[in-house]
Design a protein around this ligand. Structure first.
Ligand SMILES: C[S@@+](CC[C@H](N)C(=O)[O-])C[C@H]1O[C@@H](n2cnc3c(N)ncnc32)[C@H](O)[C@@H]1O
Length: 226
């Protein structure tokens, strides 16, 4: 019974992913005039697959995303987390927290999560990522001796100017052996300088090991080793 439910859930997620992929392809082709505020600015399908493989292979329970947009990348995480052996999508241990500061994007994401049947698994937080990270950190410190799960996997895909702050604030929230993945390391080119400074900053931190993978727009994959 559980097995059939999981198949249904996976099908639902996959259907929404396919619909969003079509939209994303149209957006990238420039063939249609899409207003700036309506752009998804989503990761590529290849990047989605890479993130899915990483999350599946580490059997992540707690994922944090900075920059939800309409939820395309979040759904790749949800797909990975729904293919575990302990109850699939209904496994209450599996949680995604995703942050965005744009109320319209949040509304669209909420609808996509509903269509994909993952509303229970995903907690959307509206607000500025710096404020939310500070709050998560405060909550974590207040709960160190209580129940506050650290994240296994954190994805950075919002504004690029605050990346080093996101990194410093996220590292204490990441389990040892956990991963931070950062999008847009190689593309678009206008971010190159900012991203290369970020990469240098990360690689100078002795508690991580980090490498750029040239998939999609370039992903920095950083593992917390200490
Ligand atoms: C590139 S899009 C995210 C795409 C999404 N990860 C995907 O692949 O489907 C970046 C998102 O970050 C949000 N954002 C930008 N600056 C932010 C900030 N300071 N705090 C929270 N969200 C922010 C934007 O509203 C936008 O929806």
């Amino acid at each position: 019974m559980q097995y059939n439910n999981d198949i249904d859930n996976k099908t639902k997620i996959t259907r929404v992913l396919e619909r969003l992929e079509q939209q994303s392809r149209l957006e990238r082709s420039g063939k249609e005039n899409i207003a700036n505020e309506d752009m998804m600015l989503a990761i590529t399908e290849d990047t989605g697959k890479l993130l899915n493989i990483l999350i599946t292979s580490m059997n992540a329970n707690n994922v944090l995303e900075i920059g939800t947009s309409v939820g395309y990348s979040t759904l790749w995480f949800a797909l990975a987390m729904s293919q575990n052996e302990n109850g699939g999508i209904n496994d209450t241990k599996k949680r995604i927290v995703t942050i965005d500061n744009d109320p319209l994007k949040i509304m669209r994401a909420q609808k996509n999560f509903k269509d994909a049947g993952v509303l229970e698994m995903v907690t959307m937080i509206e607000g500025d990522a710096l404020d939310i990270l500070a709050r998560l950190f405060k909550d974590y410190n207040a709960n160190v001796n209580g129940r506050c799960d650290l994240f296994d996997f954190i994805f950075f895909d919002a504004d690029k100017g605050n990346l080093t702050e996101y990194f410093d604030m996220s590292l204490p929230l990441l389990k040892k052996g956990g991963m931070i993945v950062t999008d847009n390391i190689l593309f678009p080119e206008e971010y190159r300088l900012t991203m290369s400074k970020f990469v240098t900053y990360v690689r100078n931190n002795e508690s991580v090991m980090s490498v750029t993978v040239p998939i999609g727009n370039g992903e920095e994959i950083t593992i917390k080793t200490k």
